[in-house]
Design a binder for this molecule. Structure first.
Ligand SMILES: C[S@@+](CC[C@H](N)C(=O)[O-])C[C@H]1O[C@@H](n2cnc3c(N)ncnc32)[C@H](O)[C@@H]1O
Length: 279
């Protein structure tokens, strides 16, 4: 508890100091005070941590629906390794009291955890990642994608950029889940490595305002050899369109592939991937 309070104080100090010099980041979830409060409270109070995934402000920001379509996709596309790990993946739903549904053939699962399984499996099929690969994720929710990937495809280091309160919650979740090689970075900080093997940002980079998107693009995205971005176009701020993103990638010598969302969730959503090791 003392360690978490100190972390909170340090994060508050470092972000307020930096915010005086850096552009204020805007994003759909970042501008939701109730969402940020749930994250802070869940990180500091075990009783809230036991329930945060069911709290409305949190559910609306991060969690998704029933999950039947994700389960169907997994059943029809996933590798036998992914399917064999379903009982392990279920453990993610032991924390935060998510809303779960009985999925035929899978048992009780939250839709969000099934989505993280779908993405981890998809990544394992799309890319030939080296042993000890490294990851950078922007906008990681409670760190669920890192937890599921750590079970399917263990990485050597996983860097996360998110808001200060959200990173406090992520730190708590990954340590509860015993994933010890996740590092949360200050949202304005540099990546501590020259390159990463994989970049992930699902419904997150595309929820930020244009200035924040360009800043993250130049600071993080261009350093990734491979990438997986679930792009959504429900952003209220001035932001990069899909066409803007494609031009930006091409200007940096990256040739992305645009796929349909693996499971359709909203008009205009697509999956952007790239693999510079193939060219
Ligand atoms: C819709 S949630 C998606 C979470 C997760 N990627 C998933 O697929 O469940 C958006 C995420 O972006 C994060 N976010 C909001 N503003 C951000 C910023 N300026 N920098 C980094 N992450 C941010 C939110 O805290 C949240 O984790």
């Amino acid at each position: 508890m003392l360690k978490q309070a100190l972390t909170a104080a340090l994060l508050f100090y470092s972000t307020t100091t930096l915010n005086a010099e850096m552009p204020i980041q805007k994003s759909t979830t970042g501008n939701s005070v109730p969402y940020r409060e749930v994250c802070r409270n869940a990180s500091l109070d075990d009783a809230v941590f036991q329930n945060f995934r069911s709290i409305k402000a949190y559910f609306d920001a991060v969690e998704c629906g029933q999950g039947g379509e994700f389960a169907h996709y997994i059943k029809t596309h996933a590798t036998s390794k992914t399917l064999s790990l379903i009982p392990e993946f279920r453990k993610l739903d032991l924390y935060g009291n998510p809303i779960t549904n009985n999925i035929p053939g899978f048992g009780l699962f939250s839709g969000t955890t099934l989505r993280y399984i779908l993405v981890a499996d998809h990544i394992s099929r799309l890319f030939n990642l080296p042993k000890n690969y490294t990851v950078a994720e922007i906008g990681a929710g409670f760190g669920g994608q890192a937890c599921i990937l750590s079970q399917l495809l263990p990485f050597s280091r996983y860097y996360i950029y998110d808001l200060p309160e959200v990173e406090m919650l992520i730190d708590k979740m990954v340590s509860t889940f015993s994933v010890n090689n996740v590092t949360c970075l200050n949202a304005y900080g540099e990546l501590p490595v020259d390159s990463v093997d994989l970049f992930i940002s699902n419904y997150a980079l595309t929820e930020c305002d244009r200035e924040t998107q360009l800043d993250y693009f130049n600071r993080v995205v261009v350093k990734a050899k491979r990438g997986y971005i679930l792009y959504n176009d429900t952003n209220l701020f001035e932001h990069l369109t899909l066409a803007d993103f494609v031009v930006l990638f091409q200007e940096h010598g990256i040739h992305p592939t645009i796929h349909p969302e693996p499971v359709f969730s909203y008009t205009g959503n697509v999956l952007i991937t790239w693999d510079r090791t193939n060219s």
